[in-house]
Write a protein that binds this ligand. Structure first.
Ligand SMILES: NC(=O)c1ccc[n+]([C@@H]2O[C@H](COP(=O)([O-])OP(=O)(O)OC[C@H]3O[C@@H](n4cnc5c(N)ncnc54)[C@H](OP(=O)(O)O)[C@@H]3O)[C@@H](O)[C@H]2O)c1
Length: 216
């Protein structure tokens, strides 16, 4: 079977950690950026790793990972809508506003629970199959984190069942159990988990935790 191709859109830490995670798990990865030159060193010497523009990466990937600044994501996605059609789009973005945190709480530019960034992305590229994932945990925990044998929970949502199955498989490879919270609109409550996740970090410099959904 040929290697699955993943496009990671985003030149920041989140893009780098996820790109390295996909390489580790046997995928071919192209990272996308507006400035291809700045990622050249990342790809150098790595098998199955390449760099391109957002457009080149979106055309390349079978799976697309969004690791973009939240405030830029909607415009970028709208511009790539044709390339994203029919593809799984793993959306790790959060709608973080440029305001400073208050009492340990970062703020969002989506200001009501009737709105979410991922729903805006769905509207911008309606034929893509978006799945929210990796948005509610710090990047240091993304790839096979060690919680002493306990599998952490990744809350996911999206409108396409097959896309969620694919992302669930990726999450298993990355050492997570997926908890499917339903349709894309559930991003309204998954995205704010990022605010909750950041509070121990902002207040106590504690950044190594993850969520676990206990069941009985
Ligand atoms: N930090 C974490 O641990 C963490 C955890 C979960 C989720 N997240 C979310 O993951 C996403 C990525 O975070 P990050 O810290 O790695 O990177 P970031 O600094 O939030 O975003 C970097 C990416 O956004 C693109 N970008 C910025 N402004 C743009 C514009 N005006 N037009 C087009 N593209 C633009 C950059 O493009 P260029 O490559 O061209 O510069 C770059 O690829 C964010 O939405 C964040 O909230 C972060």
């Amino acid at each position: 079977m040929s290697m699955q191709k993943v496009a990671v859109l985003g030149s920041g830490t989140v893009g780098e950690v996820l790109a390295n995670g996909f390489l580790k798990h046997g995928y071919a990865v192209m990272r996308g950026t507006r400035e291809v030159q700045k990622l050249a060193a990342w790809a150098q010497g790595k098998a199955n790793a390449s760099v391109g523009t957002f457009e080149q990466a979106a055309a390349y990937g079978d799976i697309i990972v969004l690791a973009l600044k939240g405030s830029a994501a909607e415009t970028v996605v709208r511009g790539l809508a044709d390339s994203l059609a029919g593809k799984v789009v793993l959306d790790a973005t959060n709608p973080i506003a440029d305001r400073p945190p208050q009492d340990g709480m970062i703020s969002f530019f989506t200001t009501s629970l009737g709105d979410s960034l991922m729903e805006r992305l769905v509207a911008a590229a309606p034929k893509a199959h978006f799945v929210k994932a990796f948005s509610s945990v710090g990047n240091a925990n993304f790839v096979n984190p060690d919680f002493g044998g306990t599998l952490p929970t990744m809350f996911i949502c999206g409108n396409d069942a097959a896309a969620k199955d694919k992302v669930t498989h990726v999450l298993q490879q990355f050492g997570w159990e997926a908890a499917d919270m339903g349709v894309a609109a559930a991003a309204r409550v998954i995205e704010p988990l990022c605010i909750l996740w950041c509070i121990p970090g902002m207040l106590h410099n504690q950044w190594t935790h993850a969520f676990k959904l206990l069941k009985r």
